[in-house]
Write a protein that binds this ligand. Structure first.
Ligand SMILES: [Zn+2]
Length: 728
């Protein structure tokens, strides 16, 4: 039971998008908490209407160094302690902005790095844990959101009840597996496990094939089932096929784990059965598409008609399969990995039925391990937590219960979270900022020198069509038909899965909804969708220090504003140029646009190649090119938007800093990070993002920064006007 989504979120960092991670599909990109933020909060430029009750928990940090301005009843502070005013901004802007924070911060034990992202993640986890635990302690009215959240958590924590039930919750499902006698009944059972727990961000479905409902790659009018490979217990195909001693050892441990699980389930001959299960999975892995394919959306765009399955993937009884999957009448599909569908189907025909049945028994137990007796859960953790992930800690039941509750009832938890931490006023203010960003972006596109006028028409149409979700959905999922019972952990998980599956399959009969939220409000992150044409920024990422709904506009635009504009720019750069305004695959750049864009990009590579944090190691300009271009776009657009927001007025001076100064300061403070030398070396060698210091140095290319900080020829970061990058 590898929850790929949550492990993805915890593993990914900074702005991760499709080409950064091997298993990411080209269609969407998850940006977990961006490593950009600023801890300073400077006074709001103008009075705002504040709802007094709703705001306290949202930012309850002590405000000891608030200094009042007579004109402003809602005063924010600048955390000036983080800066090092002894550094000249034009010589080292990153250390001017962050020097004292860098000097006093310490990498937590067991970690390799520390940044605002880590702080924000921890803060949000605590907020979510507290509200779920409070819901569990409250015993709210049956049927309410709080009751469902609280009882889901409480049932998961009730290990006494879980242990007492033993494996009896699996009895019906085990009987269904025992009743499999031939290819047709095996196919029907497999169809029943076709789940909807995958999306364009997950690599390997938990069951044999996963389904994601989304618009077609070339059809923005209809939702279609996208079928993804799945069913392996190890994370990817190389774990099965790689002959290295390390992988041989991993496979031996996995086989031992399978045997241990079967033994716990009371099955005899567990050793032999484990070997046969591993053998079946290895045969499946041989047909799986390699991870590297995931970066190429054209390899995933395989429209199949229902009839194609019999011809191109013979073996499975597809009628039986789709009927029990709830897809009996479905005529059109997108098959992401045809070789895997054909491979699994062939194995249904040629494989031994008993081997399949043991495989299904094992994966059934694995899937529900978290809500089965402690011995099963411990064995699961021992392999997936310790052996595979290298976790040294003991399993944290409360943490797992929080994750499980979030996973089962994401938008129920999201409602409770936003009531406390992201009130409508916060959403309204962030949306106003986004409107300025869009206006500014429109003007930037119109003025681009490398984009032809015909392409600009298409770009502007795409910008107009772009949906940007802020904070949380306008319409929450209605959980009224989902029954959550306090002493039934297994039943709750099963009912929640069935609820989500039905809800997803129902979308096949509904029009495409570009604002179907792919991220939870309480997950600090953002998702950039190319298909449909939409981007989402969660409430949890729109909190201080990234964005402060009561805070200084200049800082908000310089931090969160630049981050949002960075993501918007990806829809118009070499990543987004293959998707049109409706999210259909269609390259809307001309060949000349590409040539001129790359000529500009070459100068970006050159600027970043020159940054060498270690004597023997320089930034690899090509590797981090896309991100640096987006950083520059984000900074320029956010600055334009900030100026727009002033409507011709001059921003107030706060803490001795002008609005312009606070804007750039906030940008530089987004990138603060301390890390070990090993982590820095790893980042430079493998990451598509440059170290924070150099991302912060993007300011060198902006004329406004020179003016704001009086940077002159002779200062170390000074660039002559003609050497400043103009790509956006
Ligand atoms: Zn990016």
């Amino acid at each position: 039971m590898v929850d790929t989504r949550s492990s993805f979120i915890s593993q990914s960092r900074v702005c991760v998008f499709l080409k950064a991670l091997p298993f990411l599909a080209g269609v969407m990109a998850m940006l977990a908490v961006r490593a950009n933020a600023q801890d300073s909060k400077i006074d709001a430029p103008k009075p705002m209407v504040i709802s007094p009750s709703a705001f306290r928990p949202w930012d309850a940090r002590p405000r000891s160094n608030i200094h009042l301005l007579s004109a402003d009843p809602v005063i924010k502070l600048a955390n000036r302690d983080d800066m090092d005013p002894s550094v000249k901004p034009g010589d080292d802007f990153y250390r001017y902005a962050n020097g004292n924070w860098l000097a006093r911060s310490v990498i937590p034990a067991g970690q390799q790095s520390y940044d605002t992202r880590a702080i924000l993640k921890e803060k949000t986890s605590e907020q979510v844990r507290n509200l779920i635990q409070e819901a569990a302690a409250t015993h709210s009215a049956k049927g309410s959101i709080a009751q469902k959240v609280g009882d889901y958590y409480a049932s998961f924590m009730d290990e006494v009840s879980i242990n007492a039930k033993g494996l009896t919750p699996l009895v019906d499902e085990m009987a269904a597996i025992a009743a499999i006698t031939n290819k047709a009944s095996l196919s029907a059972y497999l169809g029943n496990t076709l789940n909807s727990e995958v999306d364009g961000l997950t690599a390997n479905a938990d069951h044999v094939l996963g389904v994601w409902i989304n618009q077609g790659f070339e059809d923005s009018e209809h939702n279609l089932p996208h079928l993804l490979q799945g069913g392996l217990g190890l994370p990817d195909r190389d774990n099965y096929l790689d002959p290295s001693p390390q992988m041989v050892e991993l496979r031996a441990k996995y086989q031992a784990h399978i045997a241990a699980v079967l033994k716990l389930a009371g099955l005899n001959d567990s050793q032999n059965k484990a070997a046969r299960i591993l053998s079946l999975e290895t045969n499946m892995a041989r047909t799986f598409a390699p991870d590297s394919d995931a970066a190429n959306v054209f390899k995933q765009n395989n429209p199949w008609k229902r009839a194609d399955f019999n011809v191109r993937a013979p073996g499975m009884d597809w009628d039986a399969y789709f009927k029990s999957a709830g897809l009996a009448g479905q005529m059109d599909f997108i098959v992401w990995q045809p070789s895997a569908v054909a491979g699994v189907s062939a194995l249904v025909a040629t494989g031994d039925i008993d081997q399949w049945k043991d495989y299904l028994r094992f994966h059934l137990i694995e899937h529900y391990a978290s809500v089965l007796p402690r011995a099963v859960a411990s064995e699961h953790f021992s392999f997936y937590g310790k052996t595979l992930s290298g976790t040294q800690q003991t399993p944290n039941r409360a943490g797992a219960a929080v994750d499980a509750t979030n996973g089962a009832l994401p938008q129920a938890v999201g409602q409770l979270y936003t009531q406390l931490y992201f009130p409508p006023e916060a959403k309204t203010r962030a949306q106003a900022m986004v409107r300025d960003l869009i206006t500014a972006f429109r003007a930037r596109i119109a003025n681009l020198t490398w984009m032809s006028s015909q392409t600009k028409v298409k770009a502007l149409a795409k910008l107009t069509a772009l949906e940007i979700g802020i904070g949380y959905p306008d319409i929450w999922i209605d959980y009224s038909t989902l029954d959550i019972v306090r002493d039934d952990a297994f039943g709750n998980m099963r009912r929640a899965e069935a609820f989500n599956r039905l809800r997803n399959l129902a979308r096949l009969k509904q029009p495409v909804n570009p604002i179907e939220w792919p991220i939870d409000a309480q997950t600090p992150g953002a998702v950039l969708m190319f298909s449909p044409n939409a981007e989402f920024f969660s409430a949890a990422i729109l909190q201080p220090p990234y964005f402060d709904s009561q805070g200084d506009s200049a800082s908000n635009y310089g931090s969160a504003g630049a981050g949002i504009a960075h993501e918007i720019s990806h829809s118009f750069d070499e990543l987004g140029n293959i998707y049109d305004a409706h999210g259909r695959l269609s390259n809307w750049w001309s060949a000349e646009d590409l040539v001129r864009f790359r000529a500009e990009a070459a100068q970006v590579v050159e600027q970043y190649d020159a940054y060498c944090p270690l004597v023997d190691l320089c930034v690899k300009g090509k590797q981090v090119l896309s991100e640096n271009i987006a950083d520059l776009a984000g900074l320029l657009v956010a600055h334009d938007a900030y100026v727009l927001s002033l409507k011709g007025q001059t921003d107030v001076v706060l803490g001795g800093l002008s609005g312009e100064q606070r804007f750039f300061l906030a940008f530089a403070q987004r990138w603060r990070r301390i890390q070990s030398e090993a982590a820095l070396r790893r980042q430079i060698t493998t990451d598509t993002h440059a170290p924070g210091e150099y991302r912060s140095d993007a300011v060198r290319n902006v004329d406004g920064w020179y003016k704001a900080y009086k940077v002159e020829d002779g200062d170390k970061l000074y660039l002559k006007s003609e050497d400043r990058l103009r790509i956006w």
